[in-house]
Design a protein around this ligand. Structure first.
Ligand code: ZN
Length: 396
């Protein structure tokens, strides 16, 4: 004769130990491990603080990772105490856990008693689908995706480097993208500045970039700065929105690069910097006090005739694309905290030969900026160096 489901659960409950929420609460954390066996949506809607999550359907395959010690005191819980009782029976009878209990009344009774529930930030159903290929990468996952969505990245320039970087950072779900650019879209930009298009010739680049980004990913908020970055506005822009987490440097002139360096060291914001010249690209990450700054690498600007990226110079259209995507990659690694970033390394890419070279760069103990405390860097000192503005002012 077959048994009804309710009868089966009643019988199983007689075979497992049930623990009252008040007792479970006093033992939580003191060597006792709470395991939530509900589905992911239920767990995300709120769970007991500190609880591990092992959905019942994955109990056999995942419990050992969550609770390696079979002698540990384990309290399983679900919504009302039925699923956790079934799971407790499996753990003690088939998986060798000796000290397993099931929370009486589940999280429902726990909540009725007014005990704490933790509601994690979670991705919406649509975000889970949009970023599903990120969620499958262990180094990103839900946690990394949440970091990306919470991140604020400032792009200096929506030009050759900024266009591909902005497109891919937007696609990756970086929640806030600030864009500084005072130029309008020009026909000659479109050979490489792929965030803009023919219909937008004559419109401000920040507006054009915003349109493309918003159409690509509505999760991204674009903050527009249609200005030229200078000493009068740099601190205000870098600290806007509570302060940017990373800066993408697509600048094309030395005065602003030095200014950016000094401000970013003072604010301790990492800068992912790229430069292009002819068929060659350079890339590095300047993370203040972790590695060298831009001035450690280039104590003095090169002679005017060697300065790269003036507007009048030719550039292979794909090269800023390649370098801009390297920048986006370094930005994402910094945000999710994975991998080895290019801090202290200068990467040189030769597109014609298809070769990469890497140069180690060390902090200069005599550096006029990063050898000092950030608080001691004054407004007057920032960006100080001979005036090169005259020879290279146009945008890349
Ligand atoms: Zn330095």
């Amino acid at each position: 004769m077959s048994t009804s489901g309710a009868e089966l659960i009643r019988r199983i409950k007689e075979q497992v130990s049930e623990i009252d929420p008040s007792e479970a609460r006093s033992q939580n954390g003191n060597g006792t491990i709470l395991v939530d066996v509900r589905e992911t949506e239920e767990f995300d809607a709120g769970h007991i603080p500190g609880a591990k999550h092992v959905p019942r359907g994955y109990l056999e395959s995942r419990i050992e990772a969550a609770v390696p010690d079979r002698d540990a005191h384990v309290i399983l819980y679900c919504a009302s105490g039925n699923r956790s009782a079934l799971a407790a029976k499996t753990l003690q009878e088939e998986l060798g856990y000796d000290n397993v209990e099931s929370l009486k009344g589940g999280i429902t009774l726990w909540k009725d008693r007014g005990y704490d529930v933790e509601v994690p930030k979670s991705l919406t159903k649509e975000q889970r689908e949009r970023y599903s290929r990120h969620l499958l990468v262990p180094e990103v996952g839900v946690e990394g995706q949440q970091k990306l969505l919470d991140a604020k990245v400032l792009l200096l320039g929506a030009g050759g480097l900024g266009s591909p970087a902005a497109l891919y950072l937007a696609a990756a779900g970086v929640g806030t993208l600030g864009i500084v650019d005072d130029d309008d879209v020009d026909l000659s930009n479109l050979q490489r500045q792929v965030i803009h298009d023919t219909a937008r010739i004559g419109t401000p680049k920040v507006d054009s970039a915003e349109q493309t980004i918003t159409a690509l990913n509505p999760d991204v908020e674009v903050v527009k700065y249609p200005v030229r970055l200078d000493a009068s506005n740099i601190m205000e822009i870098l600290t806007d929105r509570g302060g940017y987490d990373v800066v993408v440097d697509g600048l094309d002139n030395f005065p602003t690069r030095y200014l950016l360096n000094d401000a970013s060291v003072r604010l301790q914001v990492p800068v992912v910097s790229a430069a292009i010249l002819g068929f060659e690209g350079q890339l590095s990450v300047f993370k203040p006090y972790d590695g060298p700054c831009y001035r450690c690498l280039f104590p003095e600007p090169p002679p005017a005739e060697l300065a790269p990226s003036c507007g009048a110079n030719g550039v292979l259209g794909v090269l800023p694309g390649t370098m801009g995507l390297f920048q986006a990659t370094e930005v994402i690694k910094l945000i999710i905290g994975e991998g080895d970033s290019l801090v202290g390394r200068l990467l040189l890419y030769d597109a014609l030969a298809t070769t990469f070279q890497e140069v180690k760069v060390r902090r200069d103990p005599e550096c006029p900026i990063c050898a000092r405390d950030p608080e001691s860097i004054t407004d007057e000192e920032m960006g100080v160096f001979p005036d090169y503005e005259a020879f290279c002012a146009a945008a890349g």
